[in-house]
Ligand binder design. Structure first.
Ligand code: ADP
Ligand code: MG
Ligand code: MG
Ligand code: K
Length: 355
């Protein structure tokens, strides 16, 4: 008997469009002999709609969201999912949603209430990994190496501007150029590199339009490395990949707009020993961050010091067939379709254990 799995995609975050492309790719390659797929689109206002047929945007290669009132989906605590007319027969959910209200524990909490197993990290892992400042404190506490940072809250910025204690500390501790980023965002939204104090203030103002908590960090001079990790209790890591941006850094444009914005090296240019170090640190970072199912751990390899510095972890990384996460798995012998099956199996296993 085929398992009824729902793909949840779209969503309220700034990464709505990216999710439409990831989900179309997942739908195309999921094993249809094992899984009977229902498509549920979340529009930009956060309303859920059952999509009786897959609708593609030919140009973008992603799904289009069709909003039809009779297909509106409701999540009923412990009763699963239903439309206006009837309960939906769903056994398993794959949230292919990036960023806020998708990757951050909110949807995961709702699915827990519905008693539905779902792919990827649980509530705590999702929300912890969404918050760059919080997860880095956990990593530091576990003795893991991270890119150093100062945290700036909007209240203290509004009160003191450039005289705010953490801004002063950042300028004293780190030398320019600096990076400013929202604590809870993704796709490089609100991330800036700044060369001067004036530039820093402008970057801070900009980043506060995405979150009320920011990180200020030194610009690391290093190879940008990403490592795919899968598993619940037992983890599998894959040989890391490397991002070589042609822009100043791996910004939104380089990720999604400019086809020549970055080169993805699979595997990375790291030697065997360096790769091993990245994989070990990534597995520990994944575990202490409470990740489950799958995640992509992103770090820097600093050649000058031979150090690995953790940057962030993404619990629902880009998931098109050509995205880094699945590509690294494929390079390690797990093809895209097979990977999807594995992640859904892991979701079922975890649900059984938690009961
Ligand atoms: P996001 O979750 O939006 O991807 P990141 O922290 O990964 O946030 O930042 C986006 C990009 O900005 C990174 O991929 C990297 O190219 C660059 N970047 C971020 N922080 C630093 C840093 N401290 N030093 C150098 N580059 C950085
Ligand atoms: Mg991210
Ligand atoms: Mg990133
Ligand atoms: K993240």
């Amino acid at each position: 008997k085929r398992i009824k799995v729902a793909l949840l995609f779209g969503g309220k975050s700034g990464e709505h469009e990216v999710s439409l492309v990831s989900a179309a790719s997942v739908f195309k390659h999921i094993d249809k002999e094992r899984f009977d797929v229902a498509l549920i689109a979340v529009d930009k206002d956060g309303a859920w709609f059952l999509q009786p047929q897959p609708l593609y945007d030919e140009k973008e290669g992603g799904f289009v969201v069709e909003r039809k009132e009779e297909n509106r989906v409701y999540a009923v605590p412990a009763g699963g999912l239903r439309t206006m007319a009837k309960p939906l027969d769903i056994e398993l959910v794959f949230p292919v949603l990036h960023g806020t209200f998708g990757e951050d524990g909110t949807v995961q909490g709702l699915l827990e209430l519905c008693d539905l197993p779902y792919a990827g990290a649980g509530v705590l892992g999702s929300s912890l990994c969404m918050d760059k400042a919080a997860v880095k404190r956990i990593w530091i506490q576990a003795g893991l190496p991270v890119v150093p940072f100062e945290e700036l809250r909007e209240v203290s910025w509004k009160r003191s501007k450039g005289a705010a204690a953490s801004v002063r500390r950042a300028v004293d501790r780190f030398s320019f150029p600096l990076f400013v980023k929202p604590s809870r965002a993704g796709s490089s939204v609100g991330v800036s590199r700044c060369e001067t104090e004036e530039g820093l203030y402008a970057a801070i103002e900009d980043a506060f339009s995405f979150d009320d908590k920011l990180l200020i960090e030194p610009a690391v001079q290093a190879k940008e490395i990403e490592c795919s990790v899968i598993g619940n209790q037992e983890l599998t890591t894959f040989a890391p990949g490397e991002i070589v941006p042609s822009h100043d850094f791996y910004d939104y444009d380089a990720k999604y707009i400019d086809p020549d914005g970055a080169n993805l090296l699979i595997p990375s240019s790291l030697n065997e020993e360096q790769q091993k170090m990245v994989r070990q640190i990534s597995a520990r970072a994944y575990r202490v961050a409470e990740a489950e199912g799958f995640a992509r751990v992103d770090c820097f390899y600093e050649e000058a010091t031979g150090k690995v510095l953790l940057n962030e972890i993404n619990t629902i990384p880009g998931f098109t067939k050509i995205s880094m996460f699945p590509k690294l798995c494929e390079n390690g012998g797990v093809a895209y379709g097979e990977l999807l099956t594995k992640l859904l199996d892991l979701a079922v296993d975890r649900h059984k254990i938690r009961g």
